[in-house]
Write a protein that binds this ligand. Structure first.
Ligand code: PMP
Length: 434
């Protein structure tokens, strides 16, 4: 029997001093308990009880090169000798900003911040300042960070719970400003007609449409054919800024992100997570005429640690590793994710457990659901989340770390042997779930 006794003791201790016992609320949902890490390298994590796991959580996305990648680690060591952060300018900022304008299709200029949440806040502010309008369209089932201006709950698969509350947008948390929620228009995603109707009738008050270009946070659902293109047309026609939140898809679906993959170019984008391979860094990028509001002094963009030496070094090293070999890293991650996803589908079938794996590039969502396909949040909400959480818990005991909600990430550090070991574990766990 696998033991988590040391983790359990640490959690009790942690809970005395750290609010909630974890540093980000989501982490407390891990079963049988939030585990404590001793160390991590490559595709593997070792916990304080000495258990080792193949890691598909990857810190909720950032670790595209795996843990403690040797080149990234070496470059960070070197950079640290020159000081960590200055509150002054340095060449690393220029080099990274220039590089991003070269690789991100929408990027004429960029701005740096520390987290995805902050980048989204800036993108929304720029959109309001640029259009002189207030409202923001966002989609049910997407996640854009935890700021008051955009956080919402998803109490039901459709929008009926929101409608029952008088059409109001359900807050993501207690303590959230009701005024901020009034500026949000919450729509179902992948529904062209609803978007068209909303932009045609209310375009005069809408500053921005913000979307995950792939609904990674809930189901890894890809846009229906023509949907993003139509979103692009409708936002343009109605003077609305189109923001792609590429905090997950940025550097994951290729260096140019989802916009490059789908060939639809937004006005603004946000990125974070994989951008600096596990060091805190995020960015907003986009059109000069919008980003230029910062230079004009109309939009304030602040942050003590923005663009620090550690973050820019990590981002440049991450880009360097992903670019090396002409994109071979992406092809390898995609091939591995594809064989894992296919292997999991076959195992679900073998054990007669209804389920689906939605994959794009090196990211996929495994869900236990009795449907031939899942293309909307409403459909996704029919999954058996509790049974999947049990699957995740048993996978942990088998030495495989997966997110309890179903999203898997693959890094450049994962190997074919990791995939084989993972599928063997999944075979045993699915057999136990029948
Ligand atoms: N946008 C998206 C699409 C995300 O997935 C996340 C984080 N899961 C965020 C924004 C917020 O990023 P952060 O946690 O770095 O604030």
């Amino acid at each position: 029997m696998v033991s988590y006794e040391v983790s359990r003791k640490r959690w009790q201790e942690s809970s005395k001093y750290l609010a909630g016992g974890v540093a980000s609320s989501l982490r407390s949902s891990m079963k049988p308990l939030p585990i404590f890490v001793e160390s991590a390298a490559g595709s593997r994590v070792r916990d304080v009880d000495g258990n080792e796991y193949i890691d598909y959580l990857l810190a909720y996305g950032p670790l595209i090169l795996g843990h403690a990648h040797p080149v990234l680690t070496e470059k960070l060591h070197q950079a640290m000798q020159r000081g960590f952060t200055y509150g002054l300018q340095h060449d690393g900022e220029i080099e990274l900003a220039r590089k991003l304008t070269e690789i991100l299709p929408c990027a004429e200029q960029v701005a740096f911040s520390g987290s995805g949440t902050e980048a989204v806040m800036l993108a929304l502010r720029l959109s309001r300042a640029f259009t002189g309008k207030k409202k923001v369209v966002r989609f049910h089932g997407h996640f854009h960070g935890w700021s008051d201006s955009i956080f919402t709950a998803f109490p039901s698969g459709d929008l009926s719970a929101a409608a029952a509350a008088g059409g109001g947008v359900p807050p993501g948390t207690a303590g959230q400003s009701e005024l901020a929620l009034e500026d949000i228009i919450l729509l179902p995603w992948n529904d062209e007609a609803v978007l068209e109707e909303t932009l045609r009738t209310r375009g005069g008050e809408i500053a921005a449409v913000i979307t995950e270009p792939v609904m990674c946070n809930n189901g890894c659902i890809v846009p229906k054919r023509g949907y993003l293109e139509r979103m692009r047309e409708l936002t343009r026609e109605n003077g609305v800024v189109l923001i792609f939140d590429e905090v997950i898809t940025g550097f994951r679906l290729g260096l140019g992100g989802a916009q490059e993959r789908f060939g639809v170019i937004p006005d603004l984008m946000t990125m974070g997570k994989a951008m600096a391979g596990g060091i805190a860094m995020s960015a907003v990028a986009g059109k000069q005429e919008i980003m230029g509001l910062i230079a004009e002094g109309k939009v304030n963009h602040l942050g003590t640690l923005n663009g620090n030496r550690i973050a820019t070094t990590a981002a440049l090293a991450t880009i360097g590793e992903l670019e090396a070999g002409g994109g071979e890293a992406f092809a390898r991650m995609e091939r591995l994710a594809s064989s894992l996803a296919q292997g999991l589908r076959e195992l679900l079938a073998k054990h007669g457990i209804p389920g689906l794996v939605n994959r794009i590039g090196p990211v996929f969502h495994m869900m236990l659901i009795n449907r031939p396909e899942v293309t909307t949040f409403r459909e996704f909400s029919e999954r058996d989340a509790a049974k999947y959480a049990l699957f995740a818990e048993r996978m942990l005991a088998e030495g495989v770390l997966v997110r309890p909600s179903g999203l898997w990430y693959v890094s450049t550090a994962h190997t074919d042997a990791d995939a084989d070991e993972t599928l063997a574990a999944a075979d045993r766990v699915l057999a136990s779930l029948k």
